[in-house]
Design a protein around this ligand. Structure first.
Ligand SMILES: *[C@@H]1O[C@H](CO)[C@@H](O)[C@H](O)[C@H]1NC(C)=O
Ligand SMILES: *[C@@H]1O[C@H](CO)[C@@H](O)[C@H](O)[C@H]1NC(C)=O
Ligand SMILES: *[C@@H]1O[C@H](CO)[C@@H](O)[C@H](O)[C@H]1NC(C)=O
Ligand SMILES: *[C@@H]1O[C@H](CO)[C@@H](O)[C@H](O)[C@H]1NC(C)=O
Ligand SMILES: *[C@@H]1O[C@H](CO)[C@@H](O)[C@H](O)[C@H]1NC(C)=O
Length: 685
């Protein structure tokens, strides 16, 4: 319900993480103090105190807390109490910090630990503990005296984490619970303390009981209300009630569309036979925000539940930033406005102004940003008569997260054979930590060492983009040939980021690709001698990843041996005997054979032809021969153009003279010159 408050508590223990880009001042060790030596505050660099009307502001610069955790203690003369969230709600403190670690603490002047003299002079005493990684701590003590005596009859303070209302008209005889200020911090304040304590005990019994309205009535004894986490106390002239927003005796009311948290109580004081009642009510807005891309509008109900009568007159209306009122010139310069419109008081702020800051977030691994600014509204009104109310709301605004979808710009120039991508913008609080390539994840440092060019470009406003360059030839780039002449180079990428200071990881996945007409096809050449074809294949850009067909046959491993295939990184050579089965015979001459070898180079997966080559040569070959013993031999060869012929069925003119040897390409005859009824004439089908 109160999500806007959540941010405050999340940042309670402020873990400040080192970020190399940010300039910072290190407080020299000699300036640091340990607990024993802790000194009064004296405008130490990095610490600043201010009295801002009814509250006190302590600012701790990021330089002081750099890389450390900050904790705060409240101190009253006798006691030191760590500012835990619960304690802060109850006692009137609030702590918030920005992403750089600048932290500010607001303390109500009526906080449980302040020294109070006559409701006019207030001593605030706090300790800042800077906790290093190794558990060492530096302690600074901060002391400030604030003067404030313009208390209105009723003052309401809506701080980030608590609501506080104080009213006067305290019956004169009810004594103050609060300790007096330390009057110059004199020694021997022990007497003083003792008297204060006994006084406190006496007056505490004056409060008889508290009646809360939720809006049902719920009565509580003072002791139970304190135990429950409310603060109810008296000062010299005032009754103070304080409550966290999430306490059970608070309730929500929507006023003119604006949700308000309300705490309402009547305190009964008992003195002898009489009972006095005092009403205290605080109503604090928890919403009313409207956003556009350009403007933040905060609506506050003009007539709110704190206003009693219809003749309420608004006497003053001011805007503030970070707890401080700003003047109209400043408002005009920043484009702020504060106006009354019908039933609403309307504050307008341009989105993204310099008084606030942007912050990165990761939601479901998606990059988002929010704009954050802390505004203040001060109102002064009178309810008829002379009773006035001073009303102050300190209101941290965190816009809804908007998707800050980073843009990927692909500037790859294929001429340069280099992927070149730009990813961004990201806010100042995003750190690029690693990158996942097809081969695995590398840190930015590893990738840089590995030769990937990574640059971070910063804009004047602190935003940045990442530039990444990877050559096409890099192992990370996946190459695939899409057709005969085109190669696709693909670079899948996952950018890993971290949001500081919370160390929230998120990533951005993408893939860039480029298609290039850069395939160099294999080239085939050849020559013959009297026995063999010699073929050489010069690989193209696709390397050895092709298959070779000779004739119509694949070059099997056995044939590779037979053809003496040799390869190195760029070439393959083979020597094919002209009588090999992959050779086609074209023509037969009496003493030679014209033979042809067809070579085809194919891309194996898609059977794309990468190159073909054909070589015909005449090889000397004796087709008939006569021997001295009168016998003759003849060789018949199947030439390509004669498709029907089967050499096995060849006969000489005498059909009984079958070949002595035959296969599907040759028939070999031997015969006596006078036999077989013929000489040197062959039937070829
Ligand atoms: C200091 O604060 C604590 C807690 O509120 C209170 O119990 C104690 O009485 C205070 N001491 C003085 C001197 O005010
Ligand atoms: C910062 O400046 C860059 C470049 O001008 C712009 O793209 C980016 O949106 C700005 N960031 C913010 C948060 O204004
Ligand atoms: C890479 O970065 C992402 C996002 O910050 C983170 O989640 C992841 O663990 C990192 N991977 C490695 C191996 O460091
Ligand atoms: C590969 O072999 C071819 C022909 O045999 C030769 O010209 C070339 O120089 C060789 N290349 C290498 C790198 O050995
Ligand atoms: C004649 O001589 C050749 C070659 O020496 C031989 O192959 C063939 O068998 C001989 N023929 C006869 C009938 O002896």
């Amino acid at each position: 319900m109160m999500t806007w408050l959540l941010g405050i508590w999340i940042s309670w223990l402020i873990l400040l993480v080192a970020s190399a880009q940010k300039p910072f001042d290190v407080v020299p060790a000699s300036q640091k103090l340990n607990v024993a030596a802790s000194q009064s505050f004296n405008q130490r660099s990095g610490l600043k105190t201010e009295c801002l009307g009814s509250f006190f502001k302590l600012s701790v610069d990021k330089s002081l807390a750099f890389g450390s955790r900050l904790e705060f203690d409240a101190i009253n003369g006798s006691q030191i109490e760590a500012l835990t969230p619960r304690f802060a709600d109850k006692c009137g403190f609030s702590v918030a910090s920005d992403p750089w670690g600048n932290t500010n603490v607001y303390a109500s002047l009526l906080n449980c630990f302040a020294g109070n003299m006559d409701d006019a002079v207030f001593d605030i005493d706090m300790r800042v503990r800077v906790l290093g990684a190794k558990g060492e701590q530096d302690v600074f003590e901060v002391e400030k005296t604030c003067n404030y005596d313009q208390w209105a009859p009723r003052e309401i303070l809506c701080n980030r984490n608590y609501m506080e209302v104080s009213v006067n008209r305290l019956p004169g005889d009810i004594t103050a619970l609060h300790r007096p200020p330390k009057l110059g911090r004199s020694k021997g304040s022990d007497d003083q303390l003792t008297s204060t304590v006994s006084e406190a005990i006496t007056s505490r019994f004056n409060i008889w009981r508290i009646m809360f309205f939720t809006p049902q009535q719920k009565a509580m004894l003072l002791v139970d209300a304190l135990k429950a986490g409310y603060s109810i106390t008296t000062t010299k002239s005032r009754l103070v009630l304080r409550s966290g927003y999430d306490m059970p005796e608070t309730y929500v009311e929507t006023v003119n569309g604006v949700p308000m948290k309300i705490i309402s109580a009547t305190t009964y004081f008992k003195k002898q036979w009489s009972v006095t009642m005092l009403d205290t009510v605080a109503a604090c807005p928890t919403g009313g925000l409207v956003y556009t891309d350009e403007m933040i509008t905060w609506n506050f109900p003009r007539i709110n539940p704190l206003m009693d009568s219809s003749d309420t007159k608004i006497l003053g209306m001011f805007m503030g930033i970070d707890g401080k009122q700003i003047d109209t010139a400043y408002m005009a310069a920043r484009g702020y406005s504060l106006t009354m419109e019908d039933a609403l008081i309307v504050m307008k702020l341009p989105m993204g102004g310099p008084d606030g800051y942007y912050k990165s977030h990761a939601v479901n691994n998606q990059y988002h940003i929010s704009y954050n600014i802390e505004v203040m509204l001060d109102l002064l009104w009178s309810d008829g008569g002379t009773d006035t109310t001073k009303y102050k709301v300190i209101f941290p605004i965190k816009t809804p997260l908007v998707s800050g979808l980073p843009q990927l710009v692909d500037n790859t120039d294929s001429q340069l054979k280099m992927f070149d991508v730009l990813l961004g913008p990201f806010l100042y609080d995003v750190e690029f930590v690693n990158i996942t390539f097809s081969t695995g994840v590398l840190t930015v440092a590893e990738a840089t060492a590995r030769g990937v060019i990574i640059e971070e470009h910063r804009f004047p406003n602190g935003s940045k983009t990442i530039r990444l360059q990877v050559p096409f030839s890099d192992l990370f780039v996946i190459k695939s040939q899409v057709d005969l002449i085109m190669t696709v180079y693909t670079l899948p990428l996952v950018f890993g980021f971290m949001i500081l200071p919370e160390n929230t990881p998120f990533s951005y996945s993408t893939s860039v690709e480029v298609t290039l007409h850069d395939v160099v096809l294999p080239t085939i050449s050849g020559k013959c001698d009297t026995e063999k074809f010699y073929i050489q294949i010069l690989f193209g850009s696709v390397g050895k990843s092709f298959s070779v067909l000779l004739g119509k046959q694949d070059l099997t491993p056995e044939r590779k041996v037979e053809y003496e295939v040799k390869e190195n990184g760029t070439h393959m050579s083979l020597a094919v005997p002209f009588l090999a089965s992959d050779v086609a015979f074209e023509l037969m001459y009496p003493s030679s054979l014209k033979a042809r070898l067809d070579v085809l180079v194919q891309e194996p997966a898609n059977k794309w032809n990468l190159g073909d080559f054909s070589l015909s040569c005449n090889f000397p070959m004796t087709m008939t021969e006569c021997y001295s013993n009168g016998s003759m031999s003849a060789l018949a060869v199947k030439v390509e153009s004669v498709t029907q012929l089967s050499p096995r069925q060849l006969t000489l003119r005498d059909p009984s003279c079958k070949p002595k040897f035959s296969n599907d390409r040759f028939a070999y005859f031997t015969f006596n010159a006078n036999n077989c009824g013929t000489s040197r004439t062959f039937m070829m089908g």
